[in-house]
Design a protein around this ligand. Sequence first.
Ligand code: HEM
Length: 449
Amino acid sequence: MEPLSAHSTRLARAWLKLGLAALIGSGLLALLLVLSRTPGLHNVFPLRDFFRAALVVHVDLSVLVWFMAFAGVLWSLAGNSRWAALGWVGFWLATVGTALIGVAPFFPNSQPLLNNYIPVLQHPVFFTGLTLAAAGFGLTVLRALLTIPPQIKAIATTTPMSAHAALRWAMLLGAIAAALALGSFGGSWLAVSDLQGIARWERLFWGGGHVLQFQHALLVCVAWFWLADALGAPVAVSGRTLLGLFLFAALPLLAVPVIYNQFEIDSGEHMLSFMRLMIYGHALMAPLVLLAVRSLWQVRQRVSPAKSAFLASMGLFVVGGVLAYLIRGANVVIPAHYHGSIVGVTLAFMGLTYVVLPHLGFGSPDGHLARWQPYVYGGGQLLHVLGLAWSGGYGVQRKVAGAEQLLTSLPQKIGMGLMGLGGLIAIIGGVMFVVVCLRAMLPSQHFKT
Ligand code: HEM
């Protein structure tokens, strides 16, 4: 990795801390969700009535804040040090926004609405938080577009620099996808004026929510190739070919303005078009995934935290992809797919955190705890995902807790029991990640490699 400017290091460190804080918040709420849905435990768990509000903030802290904050880390590392003030204003707006989202459930009368992608709490504190966070991420995306240099010459060379230049381009494509998603939210917001309640927020976040998935898909591939490079297995194709594959994976983004132009946002066609864009559009990242699997295969290093994360991430992401094609109706196979795919992304970002920490002036995570953490988190999630998929096959509904789940048959109870066991193991894996990172970030560890 090229030497970083002091400014880029400081900004990347700040985004990493916000990302970790969001992951901790989302993990704590996951504990509440799991205990509220596990047979036998949900009867005695006192906070199950808090399930819906917890689900809202669990999703927003994880999918929105953790993912955008980690993108903030990558864009700070890939960009030059210009527009520094823009970077810091963006960061602090997102941080204050996140804090407000985190405390909103504790305000009386904050009604949870479980719409997809960005569920909301109907309370001014939550909406203020979401607006500030969106403004912060918007400025961060703008700065990424202004500061990530498209290195045309480096791409054409046959040196390792060309692959690095291609990854920088891919991070720029990620920022373009983010800008398109923010534009979609703005466009939908202007068009939903007369809708109320859950329908309003479902339509408002539907388009942009699907577009954000392309940002995450592009950046998980960046994380996989960066991990492979750090593990001594540089990508096996030229920078130009790698860039071509990233541009191919980003092609479906061209359909976004067309969908907004063709269909009213409250029309069924609008929603169906974005579902199709997700189902068929993500298939275009298959060449990148295959290339990443090949890189993983070429890793010679026997054990390391980064390798454990790469393996667990790839395994879970593939399971999530397969489950996507098994979704039939609105049952818990949907969160099974979600957790396969997006926790696969989360594991890749966790592995890359281990790689960049020393470059940010912190210690270098190693030892048993760091090497086993991705397997505990990933293994727990795999059980969690398989439990949800099995239960979904027996008709268990999503986003309900306690007795509302109507778990009547033994297969349903076994499935949700497995969900609970896996979820608890995953939460332990999440705590291990926080401990490993905090240990490496302790002042006594700085620059001690
Ligand atoms: C320790 C790890 C985690 C556990 C145990 C966990 C557990 C859960 C549970 C039990 C639900 C409720 C499912 C339902 O009632 O339908 C849920 C929902 C959800 N979680 Fe997690 N989660 C974890 C990590 C994550 C991460 C890292 C992300 C994203 C980066 C994530 C994103 C989501 C989403 C998007 C939903 C909503 C699913 C839907 O709309 O059906 N989770 N999670």
